[in-house]
Design a protein around this ligand. Structure first.
Ligand code: PLP
Length: 428
């Protein structure tokens, strides 16, 4: 399926075109290993001299087919699936930044990513500077250092719901000779394609809208193929000089700009860390992608209806939803998210933490879950759950106030959602 087709067609058919007599649905290749006639045949695969499969820790045909669909959706040149969104973001940075390197990152990011970067990757010797997504160009530029290897942000931040000015971040990253990596989980390629705005690498927690049914944890990395690693070869020796663990292969020479990043991440990081997605889960993800464009429209319709209802309710102190005309990010969302943002709405209940907890306990259609962004509406109070490791200062820097409730609107009837919220608000 040519990636020139429209997004709706790519959701349903992208990445997989069966030949005569082949299965219409993507087959699940539930096999850890693959058989070869000669050792030489298999050796060529080990040396990356031929393409094919030998061990599912590195690659599996089901995974590659579904990665191909996501690649087409994002308009990239190569993609891979990972076992989770966490693994995708870790690989996307660790593929180009080593001990002693530095990364510039928007402060409005998912709490799990913040911990990964500021605690675990810091222990690995990689230093992150966090900047406000609203920073000026001067502030942004001054965060870069000679050892900076990447810039990172989320299209729509989870759970702050700020919209990243992708062009501003891309311009700064490129003027310092590093790629911009965008986590596009909340927007999905249906609502925003970051590569079209200058992003070089796109990551996903496919656990959210892409799977869409709350059935499989997963992640994905897509490379635009646009970043010229060879122009900054001294910054990216891992891509531009021979890899001794692969018989001296140089990724940019052997796989070109279109394939170097993903091949290296597969050959080195997947080989050594093994965060592969199970083929069963890849199948479920592929199934979810088939209705992504239909579901996103409903998520956005419900999100907007709920946000408008909350905005006019006297028991609510504030509402954050990027597609609300009164929202601080409305102009950015009109530019980057013209079809709608997502189904997630954040708000504060008057009466603070206590009132928020009472409200949550009274919900019947909306369920309390750590999850977000699937077909069923769910609700979370981050300060007492997912973000409890963070100090108040860190919470505020990430745009997560202690009274914030995150409501993820599913694809049920918006009238039932609003009635449920209404009856829960009456209890406080
Ligand atoms: C959930 C999430 C992640 C982490 O993904 P997992 O699949 O849970 O590992 C990363 N980024 C964003 C924006 C997320 O919402």
């Amino acid at each position: 399926m040519s990636s020139k087709k429209r997004i709706e067609t790519l959701c349903v058919q992208g990445g997989y075109t069966p030949k005569n007599g082949e299965p219409r649905q993507i087959p699940i290749i539930q096999s850890t290993t693959f058989k070869y006639d000669t050792s030489e045949d298999m050796g060529a695969l080990f040396d990356l001299k031929a393409s094919g499969y030998f061990y599912t820790r590195l690659q599996n045909p089901t995974n590659d087919t579904v990665a191909g669909r996501i690649c087409a959706l994002e308009g990239g040149t190569a993609a891979m699936l990972t076992s989770s969104g966490q693994a995708a973001n870790f690989y996307s940075i660790f593929n180009i930044a080593n001990c002693g390197d530095h990364v510039v990152c928007s402060s409005a990011i998912y709490g799990g990513t913040f911990n990964l970067f500021s605690v675990t990757m810091k222990k690995m010797g990689i230093d992150f500077t966090f900047v406000s997504p609203y920073c000026t160009e001067d502030e942004l530029n001054s965060a870069f250092k000679p050892n900076t290897k990447a810039c990172f942000g989320e299209t729509i931040a989870n759970p702050a719901l700020t919209v990243l000015d992708i062009e501003k971040f891309a311009k700064a990253a490129h003027s310092h000779g590093v790629p911009l990596i965008i986590d596009n989980t909340f927007a999905t390629p249906v609502n925003c394609r970051p590569i079209e705005w200058g992003a070089d690498i796109v990551t996903h927690s496919t656990t959210k809208y892409m799977d869409g049914h709350g059935s499989a944890v997963g992640g994905a990395i897509v490379d635009s193929g646009k970043f010229d690693w060879t122009k900054y070869a001294d910054k990216f020796p891992g891509l531009c000089t021979p890899d001794e663990s692969y018989h001296g292969i140089t990724y940019t020479e052997s796989f070109g700009l279109e394939g170097a990043f993903i091949t290296k991440a597969t050959a080195q990081l997947m080989r050594d860390f093994g965060s592969i997605q199970a083929p069963q889960n890849a199948f479920l993800l592929g199934l979810g992608l088939e209705s992504l464009h239909v579901r996103m429209a409903r998520h956005c319709e419900n999100g907007l209806a709920v946000a408008e209802y909350l905005e006019n309710n006297p028991k609510i102190s504030w509402v954050k939803y990027p597609s609300l005309p009164s929202d601080k990010d409305y102009e950015l969302s009109k530019k980057y998210l013209p079809k709608g943002s997502c189904g997630v709405v954040s708000f504060g209940v008057k009466g603070g933490r206590k009132a928020a907890e009472k409200f949550m306990a009274a919900l019947k259609v909306c369920a309390i879950e750590t999850h977000v962004a699937d077909a069923r509406t769910c609700c979370l109070h981050p300060a007492s759950s997912t973000h409890r490791q963070m100090s108040d200062d860190e919470l505020n820097a990430a745009g997560v106030s202690p009274d914030l409730i995150r409501l993820s609107c599913g694809i049920e009837s918006k009238y039932d959602l609003i009635e449920d919220i209404e009856q829960a608000l009456e209890t406080i």
